[in-house]
Write a protein that binds this ligand. Structure first.
Ligand code: S0N
Length: 275
């Protein structure tokens, strides 16, 4: 399969690549010299690209991946981890903006697919976990290193992992800091599919194209539904936001607005009270 990727212009990104093919936007962590470890600037760029993809109506699915075949992402760049509660940007400001990106992946109404070759480690592996679907190459390796390098992700990194692979396995992952190959990750339900490295893109695109054939509204609402219980009231808010958006599209919803603008009493009597 020959996929033509076209760079999306208008951004001066240094740490990521951002391009698209029909219906699909691809965001690539592009710091292969550190196995695509992220610094605050990297995450800021990913969030900008993701917001752009979200508002681009020609995009139905987003792929998050890493440059090269050696790593998806090795987590936070330890060389810029400062002593003041986060990772230092070039101005010396400390961030934990991986948490912001986690929420944006979660709330993006379009499916996000992690395409993983090589290392998926630490905060990078949490990003993979947050993606809706993960397709891995047979050289992928997954793991958390927090307790080894003096950190932890006690939010989605622990809680969502437990919901995904079970509490016992999640504790094993964090308490032992072992690495797992793609087949083990598949057996745990951590990822969706394992394919030979040379078929990774082809298979990922096939999954994306399948989703592009389906109802975007159904996928959007299902995504919020899958997240709603673990996201608490914020999850309910998102699900409810979808209900509101759909209601705005109905004659019944529009009757209230029209009546207000026309300075008359609304007439909801014509709308059925369904069982
Ligand atoms: C991935 C590993 C296992 C690969 O080993 P391998 O193949 O032997 O390669 P290396 O020689 O080690 O690496 C090649 C070059 O890349 C550099 N490098 C690799 N990873 C990083 C990194 N994370 N930061 C900086 N540099 C990295 C190597 O140094 C090497 O460079 P040279 O050639 O110059 O020596 C192995 O590399 C490994 O274990 N990497 C570290 C993995 C890790 O511990 N990551 C950080 C984990 N923590 C987070 O990700 C935190 C995320 C976060 O933001 C957060 C957010 C919310 C709440 C909590 C947190 C939190 O702090 O946990």
């Amino acid at each position: 399969m020959n996929v033509v990727w076209t760079p999306i212009e208008g951004f001066a990104f240094t740490d990521i690549l951002y391009d698209r093919t029909e219906g699909i936007a691809r965001i690539t962590l592009n710091r292969p010299q550190v196995h695509n470890a992220f610094r605050p600037e990297t995450l800021e760029e990913v969030m900008r690209a993701l917001r752009h993809a979200r508002f681009d109506s020609s995009v139905g699915v987003v792929i998050l991946t890493g440059a090269g075949t050696k790593a998806f992402c090795s987590g936070g760049d330890q060389s810029v981890r400062g002593d003041d509660g986060g990772y230092k940007d070039e101005a010396g400001v400390h961030h934990l903006n991986a948490l912001d990106l986690q929420r944006e992946i979660r709330t993006c109404p379009k499916p996000i697919v992690a395409m993983v070759a090589g290392w998926s480690i630490g905060g990078g592996n949490v990003l993979q976990l947050l993606c809706d679907i993960t397709i891995a190459a047979d050289n992928a390796r997954f793991g958390q290193t927090g307790p080894k390098v003096g950190s932890f992700d006690a939010g989605f990194g622990a809680g969502l992992l437990a919901r995904t692979i079970g509490v016992k396995k999640a504790k094993e992952v964090w308490f032992l800091c072992r690495q797992y190959d793609a087949q083990e990750a598949l057996e745990m339900g951590w990822i969706n599919a394992v394919v030979p490295l040379d078929r990774l893109e082809e298979e990922t695109i096939a999954w994306c194209r399948r989703m592009l054939e389906l109802s975007p509204t159904a996928l959007r609402i299902l995504k919020t539904a899958f997240n709603a219980d673990s996201d608490g009231l914020a999850g309910v808010q998102e699900l409810a936001g979808n209900a509101t958006a759909l209601f705005y599209m109905t004659d019944e919803g529009q009757e209230g607005r029209n009546a207000f603008l026309e300075k008359r009493a609304p007439d909801f009597s014509k709308f059925p009270r369904r069982p």
